[in-house]
Design a protein around this ligand. Structure first.
Ligand code: XLS
Ligand code: CA
Ligand code: CA
Length: 435
């Protein structure tokens, strides 16, 4: 069965094409800054938003037309695998990501769930071999089922901790089976509703316990994916422990997880935390912890996680600049944790939305490469901090001064002249790189 028979493989046709099913900016083999675009971008398609969203919202029924529903949950799951790999192939993406519950029905018991996962991952493995696609990361969904009401590893109920551990064990076995390059933890329910009945230290100690077990089990089965922790400030928990990059890095350091864990940063989560995406990438880069990104965008007029396809080239440019400065993102990638709007309900929208996202990141990459080549930010920053290049500034950086000598210096140099930042001009010049 084919689901997108009427669409050919999507090719680069340039910005003047009027073919909707063509890339206008993403040209996979074009070399930018010494590397093919596809190797800079390492695009991944997210199974959940692509295959399991139906367009329903708290006010209305599903809107999305999807032709892969079968007579049983297992039949639907198998049809989805077919359709998913058709989408990946048509788009020419090389990677994908999934939660355990996205790919297989949970059945009536954990045992049945695991059997279903075995059957579906056999099928996925075949498809991967057939198409040459790779697993960027998988993860265990430990937030949707009612049992995770009070958390997974942070739950007050030890049976829930054990259940979560079983899912992680299975997730790592699947990661090994499919040669996953990364393994993600997003603590959807690892947070709290009220501090009145919560022992924060107890709960975060337990989260770290589960992570250590995961590292040990990976070693035991001879599979060492890059572990990634994904911050998000709120939703679904009122307060999530992994609020943002800095908070999550403090956790990673506190529990000595630096050697095994980096961050998976999502654009929409950054803005929910009151940061820009580039801020979060910059923080991670500073800690050598920029692992992978979830590419999407939020709506700044709304206070929730809308997971829209990324089309804001200002944001993709600044994100790609951080990635270039990081020396790339591998073994991470750019995963489209993005869903089509309720009104984009046709099957074809799944392809069109990804084309829009891939083109927007391609434009971001090209603009970021030009900015880097011209030393745009480098020169700006060099000039802005130039007072540290000589004189008292150089002495401060060389740790040659103390409070007494600085005080002596300040007493003689208290008529301070500040330079203007000309920030408005900087922003206008940056615009020249975007369009
Ligand atoms: C939800 C998260 C989730 C993670 C993986 O907001 O983005 O989808 O990426 O569990
Ligand atoms: Ca995400
Ligand atoms: Ca999100």
């Amino acid at each position: 069965m084919k689901y997108f028979d009427h669409v050919e493989k999507i090719e680069f046709e340039g910005k003047d094409t009027d073919n909707m099913f063509a890339f206008r900016h993403y040209n996979p083999d074009e070399v930018i800054a010494g590397k093919k675009m596809k190797d800079h971008l390492r695009f991944a398609i997210a199974y959940w938003h692509t295959m399991t969203e139906d367009g329903s919202d708290p006010f209305g029924a599903p809107t999305h037309i999807r032709t892969w529903y079968g007579d049983t949950p297992m039949e639907t799951a198998k049809n989805r695998v077919e359709a998913f790999f058709e989408i990946i192939e048509k788009l020419g993406a090389e990677y994908f990501c999934f939660h355990d519950v996205d790919i297989a029905p949970q059945g009536d018991s954990l045992e049945e769930f695991f059997e279903n996962l075995d059957e579906i991952t056999d099928l996925i493995k075949e498809k991967m071999e057939e198409t040459g696609t790779k697993l960027l990361w998988n993860t265990a969904n430990m937030f949707s089922h009612p049992r995770f009401n009070n958390g997974a590893a942070s739950s007050n109920n030890a049976d829930v901790f054990a259940y979560a551990a079983a899912q992680v064990k299975k997730g790592l076995e699947i990661s090994k089976k499919l040669s996953g390059e990364n393994y993600v933890f997003w603590g959807g329910r690892e947070g709290y509703e009220s501090l009145l009945n919560t022992d924060m230290k107890f709960e975060t100690d337990n989260i770290a316990r589960l992570f250590k077990m995961a590292i040990n089990y990976g070693e035991k089965i001879g599979h060492k994916p890059q572990f990634l922790l994904e911050p998000k400030p709120k939703e679904p928990s009122k307060h999530q422990y992994d609020f943002d990059a800095a908070t999550t890095l403090a956790f990673i350091q506190k529990y000595d997880l630096e050697g095994d864990f980096k961050l998976n940063l999502e654009a929409n989560h950054a803005t929910l935390a009151g940061h820009t995406f580039e801020h979060e990438l910059n923080v991670a880069r500073d800690y050598n912890a920029l692992g992978s990104i979830d590419a999407n965008q939020g709506d700044l007029l709304l206070g929730w996680d809308t997971d829209e396809f990324p089309t804001n080239i200002y944001s993709t440019t600044l994100a790609m600049y951080e990635i270039l400065e990081n020396g790339g993102i591998a073994p991470g990638g750019i995963n489209f944790d993005s869903k089509v709007r309720r009104s984009s309900h046709e099957m074809d929208d799944l392809l069109l939305a990804h084309i829009a996202g891939m083109d927007s990141f391609a434009r971001g990459l090209k603009a970021a490469a030009r900015l880097k080549e011209d030393g745009f930010f480098e020169n700006l920053i060099k000039e802005r901090y130039s007072s540290y290049e000589e004189g008292i500034g150089a002495k401060i950086l060389n740790d040659e001064v103390d409070l007494e000598s600085l005080s002596q210096y300040a007493l003689q140099n208290d008529d301070i002249q500040l330079k203007s930042s000309h920030l408005e001009t900087v922003k206008a010049r940056l615009n020249d790189y975007l369009v």
